[in-house]
Design a protein around this ligand. Structure first.
Ligand SMILES: CC(C)(COP(=O)(O)OP(=O)(O)OC[C@H]1O[C@@H](n2cnc3c(N)ncnc32)[C@H](O)[C@@H]1OP(=O)(O)O)[C@@H](O)C(=O)NCCC(=O)NCCS
Length: 171
């Protein structure tokens, strides 16, 4: 199994992996929109004997702080591993490779919407603990609050804020 950046030839395999892992087409549609917007995203795949068995995307996001500052960060997602290959460390390998890829760059934050029990192992913590929410959160679902998580790699002045995902996510 190899983790590498995605190329055009991988797109059908990525779509298949996303559709089967999520059991719906919404996440694949988001990835299509991110590509067609030509946004500055990182798209990684896990490939095994020519098959795409996992994928992870990092796309540009911004945090609009109460102080008036706007920070540039990266949203992780979608992440998917084909059901037959789950629980073999492939999801972790994709996420760690992505975080490692950006280590030399001045990324103010990474964010993800997902199960805290899974993402905590990569250093994600609930964004609400820092007073950060995201544009798709109307505050009505408590679990959503804790599912939205961030990593702030470098020291940052504390200030409440709202994170805006790339428009391809439609939130
Ligand atoms: C989430 C996903 C990408 C993880 O990929 P993976 O390759 O199976 O993950 P890893 O092998 O790195 O880690 C497996 C561990 O994560 C745990 N895990 C997986 N999904 C989890 C979840 N939603 N909540 C809590 N733990 C989860 C597994 O139980 C397993 O635990 P173990 O190590 O104690 O056995 C994969 O399960 C998947 O594609 N799920 C469907 C799509 C999805 O929900 N994507 C995430 C959206 S944010």
């Amino acid at each position: 199994m190899k983790i590498r950046t995605a190329g055009r030839d991988d797109y059908p395999g990525i779509r298949k992996c996303l559709d089967i892992a999520f059991g719906q087409t919404a996440e694949g549609d988001i990835v299509d929109r991110l590509r067609s917007d030509d946004s500055d995203s990182l798209e990684l795949v896990a490939a095994h004997h020519g098959d795409i068995i996992g994928t992870a995307m990092f796309s540009p996001t911004s945090a609009h702080l109460a102080s008036g500052d706007i920070l540039r960060g990266l949203g992780l997602g979608p992440v998917a591993v084909s059901p037959d290959d789950q629980s073999k460390g492939i999801g972790a390998a994709l996420i760690e490779a992505g975080l490692e890829h950006f280590r030399p760059y001045p990324v103010a934050f990474f964010c993800v919407l997902g199960a805290p029990d899974y993402y905590a192992r990569f250093g994600f913590t609930p964004a609400i603990e820092r007073g950060w929410t995201w544009s798709g959160d109307d505050g009505s679902v408590a679990e959503m609050r804790h599912a939205f998580q961030i990593i702030i790699p470098r020291p940052l002045q504390a200030s409440d804020g709202i994170i805006q995902y790339h428009p391809a996510f439609g939130v």
